[in-house]
Design a protein around this ligand. Structure first.
Ligand SMILES: Nc1ncnc2c1ncn2[C@@H]1O[C@H](COP(=O)(O)OP(=O)(O)OP(=O)(O)O)[C@@H](O)[C@H]1O
Ligand SMILES: [Mg+2]
Length: 313
């Protein structure tokens, strides 16, 4: 069972339009909406890969709860903390030529006391039996950027492997407490306080974080694949091919694949080359799908067979 945590959920709305003209009235040809937030995407991919998942998320206080209904439509098990005045929306406007403009609400502030409710719900899920945890995405205003790190600590106390796919202050706070970190290049650069170009620079930044307490660092480098630093090794894994498609949610697919490998043997026994090949194949297979939270299983299987994992140190 893999538990994913979404502190800043969203309703993801996709508008299809012939063309987007700024300052004009634009007719919407088709509208879809879906429960979103990074942890929701992770849980959906985990399930698609054949493992069980459960979503722990904040949601709106008002009924009917559109976010809950959206999770039910996706068939995802969930434990929800109703603490938000409303669930934010993200709006992706997709033009006929594929150009996409994305509008992202930051989300409303949470009610006082929400932090304690989140921790209590998280403890209850851990007690119910969880093999790995993924804490993903942003933290809503008012909750506290230290909350992801607090959840990581609770996992560490129970010996449960945990991935922190968070950014900014929340990522900084999560470094010393023993999570597997999954930053993209920009998030790692922000943490390192400098731009990172060469694999050597990325590896050095990763080594520093492991020295400071991270269990491992898996840096995702978009179409260049991943560079991972563990306690004893470094690996560079390139995709078999560059994929053209929708890269939104590729990082979430990476988290889903990695969580399944951390779950089986526990952190000390992870087969890193196998895990990283899966991460790269699965995340590239997510780019082929037009929506986040899905992967192309056939492409993933082909790439898994073809991937070469290079140990660099
Ligand atoms: N064009 C691509 N072709 C092949 N693989 C890709 C491509 N884009 C991304 N990937 C794979 O997906 C992984 C995650 O992508 P990226 O580094 O962009 O994550 P991210 O910025 O966290 O994404 P998001 O937060 O939108 O999910 C990469 O490490 C890589 O393995
Ligand atoms: Mg990401």
């Amino acid at each position: 069972m893999i538990l994913t945590v979404t502190l800043n959920p969203a309703i993801d709305v996709t508008y299809r339009v012939a063309g987007l003209a700024v300052g004009e009235t634009v007719r919407v040809a088709d509208v879809r909406s879906r429960a979103g937030g990074k942890g929701v995407n992770v849980a959906a991919v985990v399930r698609q890969l054949g493992s069980e998942s459960v979503v722990l998320a904040l949601t709106g206080r008002d009924e009917p709860d559109e976010f809950r209904a959206g999770l039910d439509r996706l068939g995802l098990a969930h434990r929800l903390v109703p603490a938000l005045p409303a669930v934010r929306r993200t709006v992706a406007v997709v033009e006929d030529d594929g150009v996409t403009t994305s509008l992202q609400e930051r989300g409303p502030a949470v009610a006082a006391g929400t932090r304690d409710e989140v921790v209590a719900a998280f403890r209850a899920e851990l007690a119910a039996g969880v093999d790995a945890v993924v804490v993903s995405g942003s933290v809503p205003p008012g909750l506290g950027d230290e909350v992801p790190a607090r959840l990581v600590e609770l996992c560490a106390e129970s010996g449960i492997p945990v991935i922190a796919d968070v950014s900014g202050a929340a990522l900084r706070a999560a470094v010393p407490v023993g999570a597997v970190l999954l930053p993209n290049r920009d998030e790692l650069a922000e943490l390192a306080g400098k731009r990172l170009h060469e694999p050597g620079e990325i590896a050095a930044a990763g080594r520093r974080l492991v020295r400071d307490g991270a269990a491992a660092v898996v840096a995702t480098l978009g179409e260049e694949g991943v560079l991972a630093v563990t306690a004893d090794h470094e690996f560079l894994v390139r995709p078999v091919e560059k994929v053209v498609g929708n890269p939104t949610g590729a990082g979430d697919a990476a988290a889903a694949a990695l969580a399944r490998h951390l779950a089986r043997p526990g952190l000390s026994e992870v087969d890193w080359p196998a895990a990283l090949a899966d991460v790269v194949a699965t995340s590239a297979a997510a780019v082929l799908r037009p929506v986040a939270g899905e992967v192309d299983l056939e492409a993933r299987a082909g790439w898994l067979d073809a991937l070469a994992v290079k140990e660099t140190a």
